[in-house]
Design a protein around this ligand. Structure first.
Ligand code: BES
Ligand code: MN
Ligand code: ZN
Length: 479
């Protein structure tokens, strides 16, 4: 973890990144007249936005910040610029760097620091020679007259929680079984101060969570159902906000086996929704936001073993509805349905589920955003979209018309777990909608949760998708 700290003086002998405008005089940063002339020439004549001055004992990077059409676009440009700077910083084996906010651009500077810290994430647990591969950068400090210590503390929490989420996603199933995932949540609860309760297989059976049990039948590892709860005394909401995360620790497709290499290779990421829920509640508890949140995570692997559920099976779910199972690879909705039905007992103000649910969501919008749908009111939807823009985890809302309900009708059960050939992300959402009786949003994060090539500060592998979005949303909602 890269730590970000606050500093109150500019030190003209340390590695620095100066965030400034074209008109800056560049006087306070230990640069010679010749260097300043060089910088000015690069910026004005060559229209460069980024200049690197390599002095004998230190580097100075000049980053020009330009306002885009909208604030959120400016912020994202700075996160991305930080990722470019990160490559140079680690190529130079720099360990410590100061970000200097020359323009009193608090939001922009925080975004830049966030981009830099998130770019510095690595998953090296399984490398023998970790030291050799480790990035040099250890600490980031911020000099700014307009950023408070509290804001920096909060940024550290957000970065840490995002990286925790990434690591959970990157862990393979031969370590991260459903049982291990619930242990990780217990660990997070201890670290941040929230309550975690884990239902084991016997309890899940006693509760008759038929969807979770059906998916688990092909596995020799037991399922778990984790409940995380953060309930501060000063909570602004009377009824809890519930986050539900798909915790399929590995998705082989079950008996409807996925082909490898093209679609099974990354299926350790199928618990990214669960990881985002754990990461978000961790961040909320650490930052002590005044909000009562509950996280629900049904978890299992999806395998084609011994007594695996098969097409044709009819399954009775936790709420008593029956499902004609027609594809073992549509397992996410089976386990989420039980969790969503379970959430009803809390009479929640709002429920948001996060799931790597469908390839159709990836086909629709790629890795650029989250496919969203649901029954929450427009104010809530707009708040979510605004948070999505600000943290650049944008929401693409799908239509949720009645037409799609037709597509999951079954002749012999209350519904089937498979839609038609089209609108697969929406029919999956429509399936889930049969298990709710409260305001609800469904986030299909199959695209952005896991990248096979890096996209700036969103590194290759688990990205932590959902954590920054939900933190921002819940913070604003409880202001
Ligand atoms: N876990 C997958 C969805 C997925 C695809 C996640 C790509 C991440 C990247 C999900 O369980 C699945 O297999 N969905 C099927 C549903 C279909 C059988 C109705 C799909 O999208 O093909
Ligand atoms: Mn599947
Ligand atoms: Zn899946």
């Amino acid at each position: 973890m890269t730590t970000i700290s606050q500093k109150t003086t500019i030190n003209a002998t340390e590695n620095s990144i100066v965030l400034c405008s074209k008109n800056s005089n560049f006087k306070n940063y230990g640069l010679s007249k010749a260097e300043i002339d060089y910088i000015k020439n690069e910026i004005t004549k060559k229209e460069k936005k980024f200049v690197h001055i390599n002095q004998l004992n230190r580097s100075v990077f000049i980053q020009i910040t330009e306002a885009k059409k909208e604030l959120y676009l400016t912020l994202e440009a700075l996160r991305k610029a930080a990722s470019t700077a990160h490559a140079l910083i680690v190529a130079d084996k720099i360990e410590q760097i100061a970000i200097v906010d020359e323009e009193n651009n608090a939001a922009g500077t925080l975004a830049f620091a966030e981009g830099l810290a998130l770019s510095n994430y690595q998953f090296l647990k399984y490398k023998k020679d970790k030291k050799k591969e480790q990035y040099s950068l250890k600490t980031i400090s911020i000099y700014s007259k307009s950023i408070s210590k509290t804001e920096i503390d909060e940024l550290n929490v957000i970065v840490e929680a995002t990286c925790i989420c990434r690591t959970l996603v990157n862990e393979p199933v031969n370590f991260l079984t459903a049982t291990q995932l619930s242990k990780e949540f217990q660990q997070l609860g201890k670290g941040a101060g929230f309550r975690v309760e884990v239902f084991d297989k016997a309890k899940i059976k006693a509760l008759k969570m038929g969807g979770l049990l059906a998916v688990n039948r092909g596995s020799i590892d037991p399922p778990t159902f984790s409940i995380m709860e953060y309930k501060p005394k000063n909570a602004k909401n009377k009824q809890p906000i519930i986050l539900v995360g798909k915790g399929v620790v590995y998705d082989t497709g079950g008996v409807s086996l996925k082909p490898t290499p093209n679609s099974m290779d990354m299926m350790k990421c199928d618990m990214a929704g669960a990881a985002a829920v754990g990461g978000t509640i961790y961040a909320i508890a650490k930052a002590k936001l005044p909000v009562h949140v509950i996280g629900l995570v049904p978890a299992t692997d999806n395998r084609p073993g011994g007594n695996a559920y098969v097409p044709g099976d009819i399954i009775t779910m936790y709420n008593g509805l029956t499902v004609e199972m027609l594809n073992a690879d549509a397992e996410g909705r089976m386990i989420l349905a039980d969790a969503l039905a379970y959430a009803q007992k809390y009479k929640p103000e709002l429920v948001i589920d996060l799931a790597t649910l469908t390839g159709a969501a990836v086909a629709a919008i790629g890795t650029s955003g989250i496919v969203a749908m649901g029954t929450a009111d427009d104010t809530t939807k707009n708040q979510l979209k605004e948070s999505g823009n600000l943290v650049y985890e944008r929401l693409a809302e799908m239509p949720f018309w009645d037409d799609y309900d037709e597509m999951i009708k079954s002749d012999i059960a209350d519904m089937k777990n498979l839609g038609g050939p089209h609108a697969g992300a929406i029919t999956a959402g429509k399936f889930l909608a049969r298990y709710i009786d409260y305001p609800w949003m469904h986030f299909d994060i199959a695209g952005p949760a896991f990248l096979t090539t890096k996209e700036a500060y969103r590194v290759k592998g688990g990205t932590g998708a959902g954590v920054r979005l939900l933190f921002n949303f819940l913070k604003d909602r409880t202001k």
